[in-house]
Design a protein around this ligand. Structure first.
Ligand code: PRX
Length: 650
């Protein structure tokens, strides 16, 4: 595995942080040097100082790190705080009238929400949750579009100590049901529907399907009217958002919780089994959100920050709901898609709202790059200062286009590597400090101990050799466990080496200057358009179809999406047809959501297996890519199957 990972890409272009940018930045290079030095000198002392500086504590902490039960780490455990207080109340005096959220709907409608107004909305909704009997530790599933009410619902949960689990609006009824059941959520917050790219997404209809079977823990459903699409309301269980908040006071005393109190659970794909409920803490997580906004983006009081992610993903949690608000910043939130009504929507919005920090995914950059230069050229884009990317490796061509066409060679390009599990940025340039390199996430942040190990656990020092990306020290904003499954947490993240070595599941390589380049996953996880999917999940969905006996799912590179899903399918009876292939693709989409829909289905009589019965996925990957098979196939039980698999794809 790891010692076969060899990097082929050689990249010599290096871009220093632009002088004009550094001059106006809040964080100067000397400040960053000081952060790195402090973290290297005293890891725990460094994080304790940051936590005292950036968080308003209700009860100050004395303990910093408790690693007595590794890998179940605790940070600031005897401190108490409230995350929503940190995101809202503490700004009211100094910047109550400052705009917190500039919201733009799919239809172009714009709404400005001040910190004072956001605080009032969160308090009213928090009171509504309490009226419905919810309190500290209760789980609430949020299945909403990317609208301010999603952030309000999340912050309201945080205010009363309830634990939210946001499910992306593109997920299917079955995925929603699985997540509700795993979390034993008492409440579901959803919308009647919403429009994205002009198309109606009937969220309530999907939610009703989910609730029609299982989901016994759900007592109440709050429904936001967003699309006015005649959603079905079940008497006694469902209520409109507007009715729930009607008459509720706009003040709500925060529930002070321990730093380790779970703030949220967010489900993400693993290589085996069902999605994992990644559980984050309150204090440590908040600290990561704040520090990374301040350091990486140089987010300051005059900025307009825009993260284009959906709140259904971790990026939307950290860089919409929590990070920018905790920093008291102004941000743009967008409900729509980059290409509607035209492929210049992003650029038009950047100009209209005078966005200074823009953060998006490589898949969006590649898709917009394909549309042609004329779209960004229609707009000035002169408010931009920093451009970021996240979610998957960015190819140097897209990186250079982003720099040239969007940043006008004036903006640092910040390729941020992190994960749902890591909570916030880990390996990334710091805008005012780090020389950048196309395709490289550069260096670990202060206080983050990243390394690359070989299978024996020895650090890889050869600059051209890849290895397993690990963190050798805990950090405050790391996940705390997998909800309901601490054993799986231990095995998945700390099973390869020891209880202090976090295994990210990615492979990486480091150049002579110490810059990291992420090479991809080491497990059976594919990354489609920046979204992580377990191949297992897609396989399980396929075999749940009555015609399918067995399935194996791999990925091949895709120009825009990064990776595309190819499924090899063995039927119970003969007769794979175009029609069945299309039916199976729709079936997967129905089971898991449209993001998991395979690009290609190949029918075969069998899968390439070793004599011990293991599917040779590496071989299938080669076949899916149309590459020549050079692997050793002598251990295959049925070598003749390779010809068939190749022929069927031609
Ligand atoms: O494989 C890495 C890839 O996305 C995975 C994490 O996915 P998820 O938990 O859904 O979080 C996405 C948003 C943080 C990683 O294990 N990945 C993320 N960012 C990058 C990346 N791969 C290369 N470069 C990145 N900047």
């Amino acid at each position: 595995m790891s010692n076969n990972i060899e990097s082929v890409l050689k990249e010599d272009r290096v871009f220093e942080p632009p002088t004009a940018f550094v001059e106006q930045a809040t964080l100067k290079p000397a400040d960053v040097d000081a952060l790195y030095k402090a973290a290297a000198d005293d890891h725990q002392g460094f994080w304790a100082d940051q936590a005292r500086e950036h968080i308003t504590w209700h009860t100050p902490f004395e303990q910093v790190l408790d690693d007595s039960d590794a890998p179940f780490f605790k940070w600031f455990a005897d401190g108490q705080l409230n995350v929503s207080y940190n995101c809202l109340d503490r700004h009211l005096e100094s910047r109550g009238d400052k705009i917190a959220i500039i919201f733009e709907g799919d239809d172009g409608g714009v709404e400005h929400i001040s910190y004072r107004e956001l605080h009032a909305r969160v308090c009213r909704f928090a009171n509504a949750l309490k009226t419905q009997g919810l309190g500290k530790g209760d789980r609430v599933v949020i299945y909403l579009p990317n609208v301010p009410q999603a952030a309000v619902a999340m912050l309201a949960c945080a205010r009363i100590g309830a634990i939210h689990s946001v499910v992306f609006g593109g997920f299917s009824a079955i995925s929603l049901r699985d997540r509700i059941d795993d979390a034993s959520a008492r409440m579901l917050i959803t919308a009647d529907g919403n429009y994205r790219g002009g198309k109606l997404i009937p969220l309530k209809e999907t939610a009703d399907k989910a609730l029609s079977e299982g989901c016994e823990s759900i007592e109440k459903v709050i429904v936001l009217k967003r699309a006015d699409c005649n959603a079905n309301i079940t008497e006694g269980r469902d209520m409109w958002w507007s009715d729930a908040v009607d008459g509720q006071p706009d003040q709500c005393e925060p529930e002070w919780v321990d730093a380790e109190h779970p703030l949220f659970i967010l489900y993400t794909s693993g290589s085996t089994g069902k999605p994992k409920g990644i559980q984050h803490s309150s204090g440590g997580y908040l600290l990561g959100a704040i520090c990374t906004c301040r350091w990486v983006f140089d987010l300051g009081d005059d900025d307009v920050f825009w993260c284009t992610a959906d709140v259904g993903w971790v990026t939307g949690h950290t860089y919409i709901t929590y990070g920018p608000t905790a920093c008291g910043a102004t941000q743009v939130m967008f409900e729509g898609v980059p290409t509607y009504p035209e492929p210049d929507r992003f650029w038009q919005m950047v100009d209209q709202h005078q966005v200074s920090i823009f953060y998006t995914a490589p898949t969006a950059i590649r898709a917009l790059m394909k549309q042609g230069d004329e779209y960004p050229q229609r707009h000035a884009l002169d408010s931009l200062k920093v451009l970021g990317t996240v979610g998957e490796p960015i190819n140097p061509e897209a990186w250079m286009w982003y720099r040239r066409m969007i940043g006008h060679e004036r903006c640092p390009i910040i390729d941020t590597w992190w994960q749902t599990e890591t909570g916030a940025h880990m390996i990334t340039p710091i805008a005012s400090y780090t020389p950048t390199k196309p395709g490289s996430a550069t260096r670990a942040l202060p206080g983050i101990a990243a390394d690359i190990l070989d299978e024996s656990g020895a650090p890889v020092t050869d600059a051209h050799q890849g290895g397993v990306l690990v963190m050798t020290k805990p950090w405050p904003y790391m996940l705390r466990t997998i909800w309901n499954d601490p054993e799986r947490y231990k095995d998945t993240y700390f099973g390869m080496y020891d209880a202090h070595t976090y295994v990210a599941g990615d492979s990486a390589q480091r150049d002579e200057q110490g810059n990291f380049r992420i090479l991809g996953r080491i497990d059976d996880v594919v990354n489609v358009a920046g979204h992580r999917l377990g191949t297992m999940e897609v396989e399980s969905a396929l075999v749940a179809h009555e015609a399918v006996a067995e399935a194996a799912v791999v990925s091949r590179p895709h120009e825009v999406k990064g990776e595309a899903i190819v499924a090899f399918v063995i039927l119970k009876t003969d007769g794979g047809s175009e029609k069945l292939a299309s039916e199976l693709r729709d079936w997967v989409s129905e089971q898991l959501g449209a993001i998991a829909k395979p690009d290609e289905i190949r029918f075969a009589d069998g899968l390439p297996k070793t004599r011990s019965g293991k599917i040779m996925r590496r071989l299938l990957r080669t076949v899916a890519r149309g590459d020549e098979v050079t692997q050793d196939v002598s251990t295959l039980e049925n070598p003749q199957i390779i010809d068939q698999l190749q022929a069927r794809g031609a």
